[in-house]
Design a protein around this ligand. Structure first.
Ligand code: SF4
Length: 270
């Protein structure tokens, strides 16, 4: 994937035709009107047609295809920040949001201002209906200890389902080499769990690709990564990685749980 990482706006063959600013708004309205026509599309064929394209080009395609009915979720991981960097060039008005469970690290929360300062992109907080205090009040112990699947459902999945109302597609920052479920993902395809088309521009990137891009483009990143946290979620469920070969080994450490449910294929694992 090194050729993909090395790509820049000027290196993409079609970037000369990129829509920006006012042009983006016009493009969004036009494509947004047609964006509902996703049900009969052969997404396997679409995804295959995007194989070999750079992440920049896949984003450019997504903006052209879905316009203002395209959104992106980010946990401010390095992959998400890479995509925000690209969106700032391709379509800076794209709505980007963070699922703020109430349990995020202070360093993660601070990323929002760093992204705004660097790119002028205001990442929207999407929050559960209850505060942490209200949520924990009804339980003798926090649910992240006793029933983390339910906690993820209440504080991530349900807020996400509300946040995507009115959208046709979402961009995610998953990589195929992060987990078995993610390895089965496509560059583009239906996400039946959320009723959206899911776009994964970094699917074929490696961790090394991501960090090479971050360093060479001075993309802001969460300082916890410099303290051994290779994958960062909520503080109660995140530790520094204990397995150097598994960057997600610090997530729900000691439990069978490996995903919060956003990217697992099994709906029962919400
Ligand atoms: Fe709750 Fe942990 Fe899931 Fe965050 S990662 S929503 S704290 S169970």
């Amino acid at each position: 994937m090194s050729s993909t990482v090395a790509e820049s706006p000027t290196g993409s063959s079609s970037f000369a035709n990129l829509v920006r600013g006012q042009d983006v708004a016009i493009s969004c309205r036009t494509t947004g009107e047609a964006a509902g026509e996703t049900g009969s599309e052969d997404w396997e064929a679409v995804s295959r047609s995007l194989e070999g394209r750079t992440a920049w080009e896949i984003l450019e395609w997504a903006v052209g295809r879905f316009g203002d009915r395209l959104t992106m979720a980010t946990a401010f991981g390095p992959e998400g920040c890479v995509l925000i960097h690209m969106l700032a060039n391709v379509a800076p008005k794209t709505r980007v949001f963070n699922l703020d469970t109430g349990y995020q690290f202070a360093e993660t929360l601070a990323m929002r201002e760093r992204i705004r300062a660097r790119y002028g992109i205001e990442v929207e907080w999407v929050r559960p209906e209850t505060s942490v205090e209200e949520y924990e009040a009804g339980h003798p112990r926090p649910l992240y200890e006793t029933d983390p699947d339910r906690c993820c459902r209440d504080r991530k999945i349900l807020p996400l389902k509300r946040a995507i109302q009115g959208y046709d597609a979402w961009i995610t920052a998953i990589r195929a080499d992060q987990s078995p479920d993610r390895a089965r993902a496509r560059l583009v395809g239906p996400d039946p769990k959320f009723g959206l088309i899911k776009i994964n521009p970094l699917l074929h990137w490696t961790r090394r690709d991501v960090w090479a891009f971050v360093v060479s483009n001075q993309v802001p990143y969460n300082p916890l990564h410099d303290r051994g946290y290779t994958s960062i979620g909520c503080w109660p469920c995140t530790r520094p990685a204990h397995d150097p070969n598994d960057e997600r080994s610090g997530r729900w450490a000691g439990q069978a749980k490996t995903e919060c449910g956003l990217h697992s294929l099994d709906s029962s694992r919400l």
